[in-house]
Design a protein around this ligand. Structure first.
Ligand code: ZN
Ligand code: ZN
Length: 382
């Protein structure tokens, strides 16, 4: 996903900084002269440096060693074990969307807490949100932290900024205060868990915007990682029928494996209760608007870069009680929902076809030039 989104500070369900006392209690480096940790609970040593693949702009990358900063209150250090390559990183490297550089790209990842000043538990396996949010601006306070006025984003900050270790293409990432964190059950494989932070959590926000899906007819347009997840999650939420479209024929097969009831190739569906637009294409937006039945809701989430305007017929909207809404990024509770989904019905998604790789950090430049098959290339950082 792109741009200026913010997630609000985590809700109660998230493992979030709760108090300064809790944060201090988990600090790794105890002051000199204090009681040493018990011998049966050796405390890990906070690393001094991280090994990162730094993006230099264009298709240029360089392996660099970056100093691990002293953690401030509310911050945590995560030892990354796996990252996945989101399509938006490919757009950045290809020059289709702006990005700060030099920087550590990558915003989907999973790892273990190595050190924390945020009250997390060292050793916990966690995923994290794509946004660092302030929690105090107007949008954060109204529950729209996805649009925090002071957002910073995982995998989008320059190494010369105050957040050099912001991305997941590295051995460690620093999570500032305001990045929501969720613990991952052992049953969820690393590569699957890594998708929670961007693709799957975003889909949770999209489905929330669509309302109750029980017994609904749901149309999903665009069958990339988000679309396949939307298909599976809509079925999981009780949709009576999920209809899926993508111009690429092989995506229809994947959607069927993800639980789609009907694959359409040319004739678009009509009278659907919910239409989910994830392609960003003008034709996709048009198809979703035109497919809505009485009382239907269209959720647009694919249009994250400038595109042509799409006309609407206001009378059609008014007389049909139709709703059009947009979603960009997500709230902290959607990250928890994403992990729950991946640990539940999401485990049955066709992951063997979705995931490509694994590759190593040094393989990433070639990966951007010549993408692996699959919707998510797995980067092994262990
Ligand atoms: Zn992404
Ligand atoms: Zn804010």
């Amino acid at each position: 996903m792109s741009d200026d989104t913010r997630t609000a500070p985590a809700s109660g369900a998230l493992t979030e900084p709760t108090s300064v006392a809790a944060q201090a209690a988990d600090t790794l480096s105890a002051p000199a002269g204090t009681q040493p940790a018990p011998a049966d609970r050796p405390r890990p040593t906070t690393p001094q440096t991280a090994d990162a693949l730094v993006w230099l702009g264009g298709e240029s990358f360089e392996r660099q060693t970056i100093a691990v900063p002293t953690l401030g209150v509310g911050e945590s250090l995560i030892r990354l074990t796996t990252a996945t390559v989101c399509g938006s990183d490919r757009h950045t490297v290809a020059g289709h969307r702006p990005g700060a550089y030099p920087s550590v790209l990558g915003h989907e990842g999973v790892g273990r807490v190595a050190a924390t000043q945020a009250g997390l538990t060292v050793g916990d396996r966690v995923v994290f949100a794509v946004t660092s949010v302030c929690g105090t601006c107007v949008n954060c306070r109204r529950g729209l932290s996805a649009k925090c006025a002071q957002v910073a984003k995982v995998g989008h900050e320059s190494t010369a900024s105050g957040w050099p270790l912001s991305g997941t293409y590295a051995s460690y990432i620093v999570l500032p205060r305001g990045v929501a964190v969720a613990v991952v059950p052992d049953s969820v494989p690393d590569a699957v868990a890594a998708t929670a932070g961007c693709a799957v959590a975003t889909v949770m926000a999209v489905l929330d915007a669509a309302g109750d899906l029980t017994d609904r007819r749901v149309f999903v347009n665009g069958l990339g990682m988000l679309g396949l997840t939307a298909v599976a999650a809509a079925k999981s939420r009780g949709a009576a029928e999920v209809i899926a479209f993508d111009p690429a024929p092989d995506r229809g097969r994947l959607a069927e494996a993800a639980g789609a009831d009907t694959i359409v190739t040319a004739d678009l569906p009509g009278d659907v209760d919910v239409a989910i637009e994830l392609s960003g294409a003008e034709a996709g937006v048009r198809a979703c608007l035109d497919s809505l039945g009485i009382g239907g809701t269209a959720v647009l989430a694919g249009s994250v870069s400038p595109g042509p305007q799409v006309a609407i017929d206001p009378e059609h909207i008014v007389r049909g009680w139709r709703t059009i809404t947009g979603v960009h990024n997500y709230e902290p509770h959607h990250l928890v929902q994403a992990v729950d989904f991946l640990a539940g019905d999401g485990a049955d998604m066709p992951w063997e076809d979705i995931l490509g790789g694994p590759i190593g950090l040094d393989d990433l430049p070639a990966e951007f030039a010549h993408p692996s098959p699959g919707l998510r290339t797995v980067v092994d950082l262990s």
